[in-house]
Design a protein around this ligand. Sequence first.
Ligand code: SAH
Ligand code: SF4
Ligand code: F3S
Length: 449
Amino acid sequence: MTNKTNTQKKLYIKTWGCQMNVYDSSRMADILRPLGYAQVDEPEDADMMILNTCHIREKATDKVFSEIGRLKIHKDNKEAKGGKMLMAVAGCVAQAEGDFILKRAPVIDMVFGPQTYHELPEMVLKANGNERVVNTEFPSVTKFDSLPLEQQQGPAAFLSIQEGCDKFCTFCVVPYTRGAEFSRPVDKIVEEARMLVDNGAKEITLLGQNVNAYHGTNIDGKTWGLGRLIESVAEIEGLQQIRYTTSHPRDVDEDLIRAHGDVDKLAPFLHLPVQSGSDKILKAMNRKHTADRYREIIADMRKVRPDIVFSSDFIVGFPGETDQDHEDTMQLIRDVVFASAYSFKYSARPGTPAANMAGLVRPDVASKRLTELQTLISDQYLEFNQSCIGTTTQVLFERTGKNKGQLQGRTPFFQAVNATANERLLGEFVNVKITEASAHALVGEVEVV
Ligand code: SAH
Ligand code: SF4
Ligand code: F3S
């Protein structure tokens, strides 16, 4: 029913930040498609440009302004030719800074936060009438009820099931930029998952800022947790693999652990951010669990799914972190053994409780700790990747690979794999024998059947 005329308008979206933002960008494209916008890869000559921004670490706002300065040329060029380009800032910086962005950057036409994307058609209408738009509401009607069901996603699709965060870790801006926790109802999620599979998805990643805090209502009025939801999604025929991200140790319950044992379609990979291995620092971060509780979860997961591998997030240099606290983190890493991880230097975020805490760690000390931690972890994932050489594993080819004639995908353990393969295998699960491994990627050969 879309209005496909040859006057199609070009939409350029640049995305920073977490998987939620990547997902939001694709949903913005979905909602703008019926208005005649088709997504393009380059900013030149676009009719609309959206910067989907992230506020998680330092200088986020400055970076957005310098990016606006850099990309403004495309708008100027377009206008010089008598055309028009709408320029928008979306995402978490938009939420945090609101109309300050309009004041400081006259080139910007629209500023809107993550909970308002379903209102894009009205905002575009206003902006086209030369009205500058700011929308940072947390509307009472959820955007999920008004976003179109139709989506353009590949074989590995994402499905947002939960949003927002009520945890208020003392270092984090997300509860302020994304708002309170909200879980979508079970039937809406299952319906959307079916639609994605009908449209070619073989794998679905269930998404949420705190995905395992999921507590959605089923049609019988009962509340379901993530474990139960995964079991239900797994019943969809044609769906071959399920993942979820990002989870919090505090919300790992028995149902979720059981799902890892019972649901074959659930990938043997879990991203479970821990941030620190020191109980003192975990407490100051308001994570509300201990390092030993984390070890216990890992052990419970391994009991039901022995081949499962783990990934995590770490922050070094949180206020008050001593050498001993850092050593506790290193010990946790040695104990657990990770298959991948993201690690960051603590960055004070205005408005968060940790920003006022005493005990600042010197930047050079934080850098040294970060290097130490990253060296240990990258040794761990090199070892894991190398242990895969010679094994055959199912890879979902998602895109063309680095070199010509290659396809790229991921193993169930979330390792990136490149393999020489015919393009008709794109979007398929294929048996691949691993032949080479580095810390960050694998090379394999397609097994001939
Ligand atoms: N909800 C997830 C994390 C979301 S933010 C969780 O609770 O684990 C993604 C990661 O960014 C965090 O896990 C943390 O490691 C990092 N991060 C968040 N705020 C930060 C800050 N102020 N400084 C440095 N890293 C931060
Ligand atoms: Fe941020 Fe903590 Fe919420 Fe994760 S759980 S989004 S780190 S406040
Ligand atoms: Fe960044 Fe917002 Fe995600 S701050 S990490 S884009 S929730």
